[in-house]
Structures are given as structure tokens and as C-alpha cells.
Write a protein that binds this ligand. Structure first.
Ligand SMILES: Nc1ncnc2c1ncn2[C@@H]1O[C@H](COP(=O)(O)OP(=O)(O)OP(=O)(O)O)[C@@H](O)[C@H]1O
Ligand SMILES: [Mg+2]
Length: 245
């Protein structure tokens, strides 16, 4: 493997340098600091899991990347360019897609309308990728099942032709079989298109099955990191020492 050493000292899986780099990130809400020097990186074609207990700062890390929380220190770089001087609406036009926990779909817009509104040159043909969505292309998002809605949320991100995809709790409220279908699709896209994926996930074992690497966040700091295999092997130790379970 011709991997690359990134800022936080972790070799990326592919041959390219990290596409998303977070370094010494301090961020929070108003005067409350939540993240305290968080560092991580995601390479092209790589799926990286962000794990940790409730309130660890996982969602805050993703929000910081999208310019949606106040950053008081450190840096976030997309393809080498610092995002810190940009506001959220400028970041939204860059090749960074964010699927928030609540999916943020428009219930009265159809599948087709969602995809057409967001499509950008070079974006994936999502209806070919997900035949389930093609069959429902004229249905309103509000009448789709939870799994179909998550598929649409993923599809809407993929039509924007992102370099980096941030996913917050894809599995929320979904049956494991549906989650596996979505993760498998994501893995295929990461491999074929070189998409860099940073995913927050509560289903630790599912997350580590599809991710190459992971970071465990607790109390706003990265407590441990490693390859998926390393984290699976050490999980009971990690749970006991950082997660207090
Ligand atoms: N809008 C907000 N205003 C103030 N504090 C917030 C806000 N959102 C989150 N927090 C606080 O920031 C901390 C980290 O929250 P965050 O949502 O990032 O955690 P998380 O790791 O995503 O947790 P979960 O697994 O429950 O989703 C928590 O203590 C939370 O109470
Ligand atoms: Mg969260």
C-alpha cells in the first residue's frame, strides 16, 4: 500500500492524501466549548467512523465542518483549503455534503424534485444506483418509508458530486438489513468514485464492518483511533476506559 501520512499521523488507505483534515479543532455553542482539540483525517475512497457515547461531540464535529457551529481554534481543510474563513452557505457550495441526523427532506417534494434541485455536474445517477428510488420517483418524500427516506437523503447528497460526505447516524430508526444496504452502497461509491466518508454511527459493529478506520470521541476529545480491526479487537477495553459502559 502506498498510503500517506496525514496531519494526525494516521496513514490513509488510498494513494492520495487526506481530503478532509481536522486539526486541533475547538468548537462549541455560544460560550460552551464542546470540542477540545479534535484531530482526524479522511482520505479519498475511505470510510471513517466517528464513534463515542452520547454527548461526546460527534454531531458537533460534523456541524463544525459545515460551518454551523462556532469554531474557536484549530483548522478544517477540504482538499487542502481551510474552511474556517467561509460561512455555512459558501461551504454548502463546495464539494462537501452533509446528511444531518434528521435527514432534512422536504415532505411535500417528490424524489425526483429533491434530486433535480440538488444535482450538480458530475453527480451520480442516483436513480440508476437505487432502483428502489426510481420506482418511487414521483412519490413525495413524506410518504416514503424510513429506509427510503434515508436512501433519498443519501441520493440527494450524491447528486451534488461531493468529494467528502459527512453522515450523521444513518441507521437512526432503521432495520439493520436496510442499514447494511445503505452502507454497502456507500462503500461501493467510496471505492469507485474516491469519495471520502466520515460517518457518525451508534451501531458500532456495523460501522466498523464498513469503515476502514475509526476515531473514538469522548468529552470532546479523540480518545483513541485505529483501523477498524484494531478498534473491534480493543472494543471492550475502549468501552471500559472511555465510554464508562
Ligand atoms: N445547540 C446546542 N447548544 C448548546 N449545547 C449543545 C447544542 N448541541 C449540542 N450541545 C452540547 O454539546 C455536547 C455534544 O453534543 P453532540 O450533539 O455533538 O454529541 P453527540 O456525540 O453527537 O451525541 P449523540 O450520540 O447523543 O448524538 C453535548 O453536551 C450537548 O449537550
Ligand atoms: Mg449526535
Amino acid at each position: 500500500m502506498t498510503g500517506t501520512m496525514t496531519q494526525d499521523g494516521v496513514a490513509t488507505a488510498g494513494t492520495t492524501a487526506a481530503v478532509l483534515e481536522i486539526e486541533g479543532l475547538c468548537a462549541g455553542y455560544g460560550r460552551i466549548q464542546v470540542l477540545d482539540g479534535v484531530g482526524m483525517s479522511v482520505g479519498a475512497g475511505e470510510i471513517v467512523s466517528l464513534l463515542g457515547p452520547n454527548g461526546a461531540g460527534k454531531t458537533t464535529t460534523l456541524l463544525a465542518c459545515s460551518g454551523l457551529v462556532k469554531i474557536s481554534g484549530g483548522d478544517i481543510r477540504l482538499d487542502g483549503e481551510s474552511l474556517l474563513r467561509h460561512s455555512a452557505h459558501v461551504i454548502a457550495r463546495k464539494r462537501l455534503a452533509h446528511i444531518p441526523e434528521d435527514r432534512s427532506l422536504f415532505p411535500s417534494l417528490t424524489v425526483d424534485e429533491h434530486l433535480r434541485l440538488c444535482a450538480r455536474p458530475g453527480g451520480l445517477d442516483v436513480l440508476e444506483l437505487f432502483p428502489e428510488l426510481k420506482k418511487r420517483r414521483n412519490k413525495k418524500a413524506g410518504v416514503l418509508s424510513g429506509g427510503e427516506q434515508q436512501m433519498l437523503a443519501l441520493g440527494r447528497a450524491l447528486v451534488t458530486n461531493p468529494q467528502v460526505l459527512l453522515v450523521d447516524e444513518m441507521s437512526m430508526g432503521l432495520a439493520p438489513v436496510v442499514v447494511e444496504r445503505l452502507f454497502a452502497a456507500l462503500r461501493d461509491i467510496a471505492v469507485t468514485d474516491g469519495l471520502a466518508v466520515l460517518m457518525v454511527e451508534q451501531h458500532i459493529h456495523l460501522a466498523l464492518k464498513y469503515a476502514q478506520r475509526g476515531y473514538v470521541l469522548s468529552g470532546g476529545r479523540v480518545r483513541t483511533r485505529g483501523t477498524a480491526e484494531e478498534l473491534v479487537d480493543r472494543w471492550s477495553e475502549i468501552e471500559a476506559s472511555y465510554l464508562g459502559r
